[in-house]
Each structure stands twice: as C-alpha cells, then as structure tokens.
Design a protein around this ligand. Sequence first.
Ligand code: MLT
Ligand code: MN
Ligand code: ZN
Length: 304
Amino acid sequence: MKIRVLGSAAGGGFPQWNCNCLNCDGVRKGTIQAVSRTQSSIAVSDDGVDWLLVNASPDVLMQIRANPVLQPARAVRDTGIAAVLLMDAQIDHVTGLLMLRERGSPLPLYATQEVLADLSQALPLTRVLGHYCGVDARPLALDGAALSIAPLRDTSLLPIPLLSKAPPYSSHREDPHPGDNIGLMLHDAASGARVFYAPGLGHMTDAVEEAMRQADVLLVDGTCWSDDEMITLGLSKKTTHMMGHLPQSGPGGMIEVLDRMPARRKILIHINNSNPILREDSRERAELAAHGIEVAFDGMEIDL
Ligand code: MLT
Ligand code: MN
Ligand code: ZN
C-alpha cells in the first residue's frame, strides 16, 4: 500500500486567503519556518498507477499537478484517479468533485448514505455532476465489514463511524447521525500493514480506540493545538470541540491518546492554519517530537 498526502491542511488551507494570523502572514512573507499546505486529501494505491482519492479537496487540480504520479498518461484523456471516497460532506473534502467533471465516464463515488444525502440535497454536487460526467454512487455500509474497492487489489477498507460534526450547511449539524463522519482502517493483506485515517475526529469511542490500537500507522486529526485556539487568536467564536475536532494538548487531547497507542508512526493531518505546530521551530512542535508524533506535509509518502 502506498499513501500520498495530497493536502495536509484543514479547511482554508495554509495560508488561508483572508488570514493574517502569525502563521498565515509569516508563511506568506517567508518570515517563519513553515511550508504552505493545501486542503485535506490523501491518495491510496497498491500498484502506484491507479489510485483511490480519499476526499476531493477544492485544491485537487493543484494537487494533481504537484503529484505527476496521479497522471499515468496511457491515453489522450486519462487519470490515475480511479475512484473517490469521502470521509464526510465538509466543503474541504467534497468541492473538488466539481473539478473532476471532465471525466469520460461516471465517477465511482464511495460515501455513506448520510454524506450522499447531503450531496444530493443541501449541497447537490452529485446532481450537478449528473450534467457532466455523472456519479456512480456507491453507498458505504457501516456494518463492521471491510470492503474491497477497485483499483485496490491488496488493500481492504473498513469504514468506522466517528463522533465529529456534519458540515454547517447540513441538517445533521446539531443532530448527529452515525455516517456523518467516518474514519478508515486500511489493511494491506500483502504486507499485513494497517493504517487508520481520520482527518476529523472529535471524540474517542471504544470502536475508535480499538481501531487505533491495531494500526501500524495513525494518520489523525491535527486541526488545532488547544480547544480555545481560534477564540484566543480572535479568528472564531467556536472551540475546537464545537467544530468536531479533538485538540492536541491538554487532558484527553490527541497527544494523550497517541501516547497510549503502539503504532510505529503517529502522524497529524488536517492541520488548521492557526496551529502553532506549523512553525517548525515552535515549542509545540518540539513537544510533538518528544512524543514521537509527526506532522504531515503535502507530498508526504507512506509506503507499507
Ligand atoms: C472542518 O473540518 O471543521 C471543516 O472542514 C471546516 C470548513 O468547513 O472549512
Ligand atoms: Mn475540514
Ligand atoms: Zn491563519
């Protein structure tokens, strides 16, 4: 199994277009030690030619350009993106679907019934795409069974319901349903390796705890360092928890969770532009390193 991190930032990206926080202003001006990042997405492949795109970020075209491995050029019109799977219906994970409309055949799209409902009603991307390439919607069941998805031959996927948040536009925003957000356990039968991916993880549950314990590699929610980060910086009135994310620091935070996990790699992904861990020389980044925790960057490759 090969994983390519296409976008390691949370919604808004880094720097965010309208933000002049210390991080965004600093990376724009080159005055801090940090690299820019696009919005949340990974690609998974077994053969390195055909890929499952997990989340379609609004930055997907830039991400495809930055990762030529996604364009095998076997025909005059071609793509290495064989199918798309969505973790939720958040803007930063779905709006890139519109950018894939020039496909020659309906796009195989895997998502839960809840996410497919949002994408046919409140934000009707699948209906809009019906006027272009069309979507071949394949509902993901949350019955505890792992599934095989072409083009992956060795790697199976187990969707696990997460406690996080449906998007602000969704009728489920304050009325959570299992299926609004999922995590994914990727299991490569050839190498035996397991990767747990959850870019939006608001609360630990027994099922998530168990999945995380089994994983060799954890690729999990790194949105904010502290619960009041966005409030303290004057960027938002919402806590990290209210947005459906588990902060890294403090009691019950992601550092504590990762400390008890046996995984050989622990990587934070979906990093918000306000997060001090983006500054490579920050105290918070050093604290992560002391706990053996990495910070994903665009173009990061994980081969298992
Ligand atoms: C989130 O992860 O909380 C959302 O993607 C935020 C957003 O809509 O940009
Ligand atoms: Mn997000
Ligand atoms: Zn910012």
